[in-house]
Design a binder for this molecule. Structure first.
Ligand SMILES: [Zn+2]
Length: 547
C-alpha cells in the first residue's frame, strides 16, 4: 500500500513538473512553520524564492501547484523567520573591539588586571585597549584608579572603557601621550582628580567627553586589520540570525569604508548608518544629501543628549537617588542642540538622539516637536528612551517619534537601577510596553558591544524581563513585558520601518528581500526559557546562504 501511494505520489510530481503553468523559482522551502511578520503576523508552510527576493508564501500544496525549483528544501516542521534586524548597534566598533581585551563580566578590578596582563602578551600593538568593565558588578563599587596599571605598564599606554563607553580608565603613559594633566578641564566631561599628599593628581578615570581626549591619540588600525575584523563581526552576526544592523554614530571616513566594502560585495551585512552629528559631517552631508542604496543607507544623524545612568551622566529632572547633589547634565548646550535639530529638520535626514535620563528625553521630545511642527512622517527617533517622566509618554505620538530601545539594558541594569533613580522613576524606565502604547512601535536593538550580539537574548528579555538565571521571579517591572509577537516585530519589521526599509525587508512578503533564518525551535510556542538558547541553523541574505 505504501509503495503504491509513493508511486502515485511520484507520478503526480512528474505530472506536475511537466505542467507548463509552473513558474520557475530558485528555491522552495516547504513543511515549515513560517512567521512572515506581515501586518497580520500570518503563518505559512511554504515559501518560494527567486532572484534573491520572496516570490511567494502559502501552503505547501499551493506553492507546489504554482512553482517549481531546482532546490526544494523540506524543513520538516522547522521554524523560519525574517532575518533579524538590530536597530541600534556599534557594528564597526564591535568589529574593532574584537581586537581588544574583553572585560565584560569581570567580577573585580583584579580580574580586569589579570585579563589585561594576559592580553598584553599576545597583542602586538603598542596601545592596549580594553572594554566592558562595570564597577557595579564588583564588591568594591567605586571607580578604579590607574595605580596598578602604572606599575605593570609604565611604557605602554592603556585605555580601558567602561561597559557603556561613557567612562574609561587610562594609565599614566596614555595620559602623558595625550598631554593631560590635573589642570585640564573639559565641557561635558570630567578628568577625575584626587588630592594626594596635598597635591591634586589624576586618578586616570575619564568621564564622557574626557574619554575622547585620550582615545583620539590611539592610532587607527590598518585597512587590512579593519577588513579582517569586519569579516569576523559579520560572521558572528550571521551565526545569531542578524542580516541587518543600524550602526549608530560614524565618521565620513568609516561610512565610505563600509560603503566601499559593500559595493565590492565583500560585506553582505545590510546597514543603516547613522552619522555622528559633528560639524564636519553636518557640513558635508547636509549639502551632499542622503545616500540610499539597496543594502546601505546614510540618511540619519546620531546626536547625543546625555550620558549613561551607570556613570551618573544621564540627565535627570531630579537628583540621583544615591547622589543627592547630582542630576547629570546635557552633553551640549541646549542652544547648540536646537541649532542642530533645526538644520536636520530642514534637510531630508532623520535625527536619532541618544536620551537616557527623563530630563534629556523631555528636552529632546519637546525640541523635536518645536522644529517639526505637525510633521508626522519624519520617523525621528529617540535612542534608548530609557527613563521617561509619566507626563512625557504622550509626546511620542505628536510627531510619531520612534523609541529605539534595548530590552537587554533593562535586565542588565535592574540590579542597581533602583539605587540610582528610586522606585517611582524605575516604573517608567525601559518601559517597552508603555512606549508601544504611545508610539505604536519600538525598534529593537542591543547596543552591541555594550550588550551581547544575540538578538534572541533581547527577545527573551523583552518577553520575560528576567535574566538568564530567571531573576527576578515574575520579571523586573513586569508591567512592561511585551508579547512574543511584539518582540519579534521589534527586531524585524519595526526595526526596518525605523530605518525607512520596510518596503525592502523586515518581513517575508512578495517582492521583499529573501533575508531569512531557519531556527531550531518554534519561537512563538516554545517554553519562554528556551528563547535565549534558540539556535540559528541557517541564515540567508538576498536568497543566498551566508551561514
Ligand atoms: Zn549606542
Amino acid at each position: 500500500m505504501r509503495n503504491i501511494i509513493s508511486i502515485i505520489g511520484s507520478l503526480l510530481i512528474i505530472a506536475l513538473a511537466g505542467c507548463k503553468s509552473h513558474t520557475q523559482v530558485d528555491m522552495i522551502f516547504y513543511n515549515a512553520t513560517i512567521y512572515s511578520v506581515d501586518s497580520a503576523f500570518s503563518k505559512h508552510a511554504a515559501m518560494a524564492v527567486k532572484d534573491g527576493k520572496i516570490a511567494a508564501v502559502g501552503t505547501t500544496a499551493k506553492i507546489f501547484e504554482l512553482y517549481d525549483a531546482p532546490e526544494k528544501i523540506d524543513l520538516q516542521g522547522k521554524t523560519l523567520l525574517p532575518g533579524l534586524y538590530d536597530a541600534h548597534t556599534h557594528f564597526y566598533y564591535y568589529a574593532l573591539g574584537l581586537r581588544e581585551v574583553d572585560l565584560t563580566g569581570t567580577r573585580s578590578f583584579n580580574e580586569v588586571i589579570q585579563r589585561v596582563q594576559e592580553f598584553s602578551t599576545t597583542s602586538k600593538s603598542l596601545w592596549i585597549k580594553g572594554r566592558g568593565w562595570d564597577q557595579n558588578d564588583w564588591k568594591v563599587k567605586d571607580f578604579p584608579t590607574k595605580d596598578s596599571l602604572d606599575k605593570l605598564f609604565p611604557d605602554r599606554p592603556v585605555l580601558l572603557s567602561r561597559v557603556d563607553g561613557h567612562a574609561a580608565l587610562a594609565n599614566q603613559k596614555a595620559l602623558d601621550l595625550a598631554g593631560i594633566t590635573a589642570a585640564n578641564k573639559i565641557e561635558g566631561g570630567v578628568f577625575e582628580i584626587i588630592t594626594k599628599n596635598g597635591k591634586q593628581t589624576l586618578t586616570g578615570m575619564l568621564i564622557d567627553n574626557a574619554v575622547n581626549e585620550v582615545s583620539k591619540y590611539i592610532p587607527d588600525p590598518s585597512v587590512s586589520e579593519r577588513f579582517d575584523a569586519l569579516m569576523t563581526a559579520q560572521k558572528n552576526c550571521f551565526e545569531v540570525g542578524l542580516t541587518s544592523v543600524a550602526d549608530a554614530g560614524l565618521s565620513k571616513k568609516i561610512v565610505e569604508f563600509l560603503d566601499s566594502l559593500q559595493t565590492s560585495g565583500k560585506l553582505k551585512m545590510k546597514l543603516h548608518l547613522m552619522l555622528s552629528a559633528d560639524q564636519d559631517n553636518l557640513k558635508h552631508y547636509l549639502k551632499s544629501g542622503p545616500i540610499i542604496k539597496e543594502n546601505l543607507s546614510v540618511r540619519a544623524f546620531k546626536v547625543y543628549a546625555d550620558g549613561a545612568l551607570g556613570s551618573r551622566g544621564a540627565c535627570l529632572l531630579k537628583p540621583y537617588q544615591d547622589k543627592k547633589n547630582e542630576a547629570g547634565f546635557l552633553l551640549s548646550h541646549p542652544d547648540s542642540l536646537r541649532a542642530v535639530a533645526q538644520k536636520i529638520a530642514r534637510s531630508p535626514f532623520q535625527m536619532n538622539t541618544h536620551c537616557i535620563g527623563d530630563s534629556a528625553n523631555r528636552f529632546i521630545l519637546d525640541l523635536y516637536h518645536e522644529v517639526l511642527g505637525n510633521d508626522r512622517h519624519r520617523r525621528w527617533r529617540i535612542e534608548h528612551a530609557q527613563v521617561i517622566d509619566e507626563s512625557d509618554f504622550k509626546k511620542f505620538a505628536l510627531n510619531k517619534i520612534i523609541p529605539s530601545v534595548q530590552p537587554t539594558h533593562a535586565t542588565s541594569d535592574m540590579y542597581w537601577v533602583y539605587d540610582r533613580i528610586g522606585k517611582e522613576r524605575t516604573k517608567n524606565a525601559y518601559a517597552l510596553k508603555k512606549l508601544i502604547e504611545h508610539a505604536g512601535m519600538i525598534a529593537g536593538g542591543s547596543d552591541f558591544p555594550v550588550e551581547g550580539i544575540n538578538p534572541f537574548r533581547g527577545i527573551y528579555a523583552a518577553v520575560t524581563r528576567q535574566d538568564l538565571r530567571r531573576i527576578p521571579a515574575g520579571g523586573f517591572e513586569s508591567q512592561n513585558k511585551i508579547s512574543r509577537e511584539q518582540a519579534i516585530r521589534a527586531f524585524t519589521s519595526w526595526a526596518a520601518y525605523a530605518g525607512f526599509e520596510e518596503k525592502m525587508r523586515g518581513s517575508l512578503e512578495v517582492g521583499k528581500a529573501a533575508d531569512f533564518i531557519i531556527i531550531d525551535k518554534d519561537i512563538m510556542n516554545c517554553n519562554e526559557y528556551d528563547i535565549p538558547y534558540i539556535k540559528v541553523l541557517k541564515t540567508f541574505s538576498d536568497g543566498k546562504q551566508v551561514f
